[in-house]
Design a protein. Sequence first.
Length: 376
Amino acid sequence: MTSAEIYIKNKLEERRSSGAYRSLKPENSLIDFCSNDYLGFAHSAALKHNIETELQKNSANLNGSTGSRLISGNLNYTEELEKQIAAHHQYEAGLLFNSGYDANLGLLSSLAQRGDTIILDELIHASVIDGARLSYANRYSFKHNDLNSLEDKLKHAKGNCYVVVESVYSMDGDTPPLMDLLNVTEKYGAHLIVDEAHAVGLYPTGLIGHLGLQSRVFASVVTFGKALGCHGAIVLGSNLLREYLINFARSFIYTTATSFHQLAAIKVAYAFLNNAGEEISQLQKNITLFKKEINVNETYPLRTSDSAIQCIILKSNNKARELANILQAEELDVRAILSPTVASETERIRICLHAYNTTNQIIKLTSTINQFINVC
């Protein structure tokens, strides 16, 4: 073995011995309680049919985009779609990225400069952390949803300051006090950036739109791979911000543009979202039912969440994996979330509820969890 191979082997063995080894699993026929397909769009035959119809209407478009948007990959269709999405969320402008990871990477790495400050909630998504790392800015984190901790960091901020939070946190499912966050960031002249990945679908325009805060939020990131059932992302903000990202966001500039098929899927998914009142209502009912039926305790608590993401803290990789295995044996697809993805002693099962989950499925899920916790 070479020295590099020895290093790789040792690191993998360390991960196996700690119980944190990751592996890929193919699709299965279990009852879905783990995907981010909250409204069932990814499963929708009607959505698939409408995407095919949209492709047929625009049959002259190529299979691939042929290059970056600054070379050969830009289309009038793309720019019109960006305007439509921005209007849906009531922002001035938007810029499409190939994924939510690319959007956060491009936005954060290009926006903040040496001498500026980025302040992140400690539970922010890894893509935001990586984007901040690639900037030359000073970086701080504040305690999760803690306004006093945030204000303490804001007092030491230099240059242009950007505070970044999620409207629904991906691993806890909870929501920050956005009005209070805006008040404290504005007090110090900072700019709030909100990742809306897990809020769109729970709210048709995201939580920012639901609360009518677009004019006070500097930028918002919306992804299409969750409730919209397709792929990609958009950064929403001002026309000025859009122009800046076209010129300076490396994950936008130096990548092949989105294919037409993906653009068509996004457009059709937004048309479905505009008429998804029944699905959103059913999702809310399923969340209420789950919270009513689950019976947790102080040893293994349920995270406070009104979203589709519900987490039970098992406090060890082994316990989390044990409960996930029991649920999967009952044909319920729930996954364990292990450290280091989450902090040590916050290992958990992460349950994603959907509009298409039935009452019987949710009762079976909660009953199996309740039985496990009572025995423990």
